[in-house]
Design a protein around this ligand. Sequence first.
Ligand code: SIN
Length: 493
Amino acid sequence: MSTDAQSVAARLNSAGFIRSQGFIGGKWTDAYDGKTIEVTNPATGEVITNVSCMGGRETNDAIASAQDAFVSWSKQTAAERSKCLRKWYDLIMAHKEELGQLMTLEQGKPLKEAIGEVSYGASFVEFYAEEAKRIYGDIIPATLPDRRLFVLKQPVGVVGAITPWNFPLAMITRKVAPALACGCTVVIKPSELTPLTALAAAELSIQAGIPPGAVNVVMGNASDIGEALLASPQVRKITFTGSTAVGKKLMAGAASTVKKVSLELGGNAPCIIFDDADLDVALKGTLATKFRNSGQTCVCANRILVQEGIYDKFANAFSNAVSSMKVGDGFGEGVVQGPLINDAAVHKVESFLQDAISKGAKVLIGGKRHSLGMTFFEPTVITDVKSEMLLSREEVFGPIAPLLKFKTEEEAIRMANDTNAGLAAYIFTSSIKRSWRVSEALEYGLVGVNEGLISTEVAPFGGVKQSGLGREGSKYGMDEYLEIKYICLGNMS
Ligand code: SIN
């Protein structure tokens, strides 16, 4: 391991932040067959630690623990649950440096960005600590004089939360915090590429007073764990962030026990820059949305549509800005672009680029693996991209910025909506009227106007079309973990 990474790992280990076992019913647990898997640092390829490689049997025990804990956790008052969540938030924030370092080690994102993710992740816990106290029902005016009609909101039960490697903390807290706030209990399956942050967060949940069994973590064999979660009638809800292909399988699998599902799937975000945009605002916003986490987010700009009058000016200024971005190990000074998560991610980026170049696109800067080796890739700007190229059709999930030219607003809207995805879209314009017109016409769950970073705990996050179902964050995120019960009192006169 590099000296920095090695000393960070040693420090985190002696401070108890590197856990290698799963977490079931409040106990640190090995895989029942003793199997382990390596967790590696994508910047160096070196092994950070080996974690338990769990499967169906451990998952079933985690579900049973979650079911036991549900009985008492769901009966606690909202105020009691809120206090535990608030304490969890305080502990996460108190350890944001350590959690950030852990995240940089296993995921690769630059330390500053990782610490930013810890604050972002913690913000969901704080927000839902507050929302826990606001789960209101309704009284409905009755249709008969001797009746009284009520609506009660109750927790759905045990939740299976399947989370990705690109946000090792925030995608967990965005699911687990509202679930706990509502009185649900959870079995988390973090990505086997980045389980360490999840395990550290689970340890802090116990220190916060969240009872054993309310939060369980199993990792290892993804398909066995997924199947156990889907098959169990006790699991009443699956929440997933990840690829559209896996999301479809989970949705189909959830049908046999008729579970609730919320899915936050892939995007293909258009970022539209109109001639009337403020160039500096458009540059800043586009850089932020394209290169966040080295292009590895579902809301990263995937297609940059630039109107013909500003195209050349934007392409030049954008390329200059991209060429000054420092690539390197996330612990390095001034680094803003870390490695990609693994070799498969680099192959995907390379094949998309190859497809575009073979169909006439031109690389302005970058375009190849970085001289640092490993999974580092040069931040790339590519022009003359057309809608039939893979770069326009699918999410590249890497530091590739494809520029497409358009003439009119109608054409931009048509191009932007020409996809099965519908998660995030961005527009840059100085016209208020156009902001409204285009925002309304875009078939997307989130729209950023003159802003590239729009995610926040207080606003609903989620997609339309094949980008998913349901919303996370905000007051709407609570509904995903609640059942509505109608109570009719008769003979009341
Ligand atoms: C994601 O990429 O799945 C989440 C991004 C965000 O929360 O902003």
